[in-house]
Design a protein around this ligand. Structure first.
Ligand code: SAH
Ligand code: DHB
Ligand code: MG
Length: 222
């Protein structure tokens, strides 16, 4: 298996089932023009997030890690007109690009980007009584994944869905001796979820234009 084959299959699937439109294309174009790293979810992954939000019947979504708002657009488009999405982003430059991309997509009435370190904006959200959110997408600094899952539990209800991106990282997740902060954080997160009776979870390995990685899904139970 080669990266070229993975790309060809992603292009095939995306072309038929997740072609995207002007707002999504422009979001990626303007993110690149602004110098943001090209680490948004792939189009077929964005479509998966959208479908999961629809299946979930989500009316409210919390995203941790906005970048240019590409995944945000896919998720916000799954919400009803009176739905609400809050996306948390550390970098003010990323947040500015994302807000412009969401406005162009017509999603600014329902999607809000909050700037700051998520470990500061999450307690603020909880303090103002936000939530419970029906779906949480965790996709920020991987070192803090265990903290983000703990906060996601605080801000959800039984039946909510928590999704975590980038949990495999080329297979490095199995390396118990890794000193990579992201791997250490992700492994702590797996241990936490395994021990947490309020979460029922699995993870899947993925290949595609984003290389070899994976996605974790956790359902909040009573
Ligand atoms: N979800 C996006 C990609 C997010 S990339 C998409 O798929 O389109 C990860 C983002 O998390 C980056 O924009 C980075 O600036 C942000 N980030 C990193 N550390 C953070 C923190 N402590 N709090 C909030 N956001 C953070
Ligand atoms: C990185 C972050 C992501 O969220 C992702 O999907 C891919 C790569 C990164 O920080 O390298
Ligand atoms: Mg990611």
């Amino acid at each position: 298996m080669t990266q070229e084959q993975w790309n060809a299959v992603d292009d095939y699937v995306t072309g038929l089932l997740a072609p995207g439109d002007e707002a999504l294309t422009a979001a990626l174009r303007d993110s690149e023009a602004a110098g943001l790293p090209a680490i948004a979810v792939a189009p077929n992954q964005g479509k998966l997030l959208h479908l999961l939000a629809r299946v979930q019947g989500a009316r409210s979504v919390l995203e941790i890690g906005t970048l240019g708002g590409y995944s945000t657009i896919w998720l916000a488009r799954a919400l009803p007109p009176d739905g609400r999405l809050v996306s948390l982003e550390y970098d003010p430059a990323h947040a500015d690009v994302a807000r412009a991309n969401l406005a162009r997509a017509g999603l600014d009435p329902i999607a809000e980007v909050r700037t700051g370190a998520a470990l500061e904006t999450l307690p603020a959200l909880a303090a103002e009584g936000a939530g419970p959110f029906d779906l949480v997408f965790v996709d920020a600094d991987k070192r803090n994944n265990p903290h983000y899952v703990r906060w996601a539990l605080e801000l959800t209800r039984p039946g909510s869905l928590i999704i975590v991106d980038n949990v495999v990282r080329g297979g490095a997740v199995t390396d118990a001796t890794s000193t990579d902060e992201g791997i250490v954080g992700t492994r702590e997160m797996f241990d936490l979820i395994a021990r947490e009776p309020r979460l029922d979870a699995t993870a899947l390995q993925t290949v595609g234009t984003k290389g070899y990685d994976g996605l974790l899904l956790a359902r909040v139970i009573g």
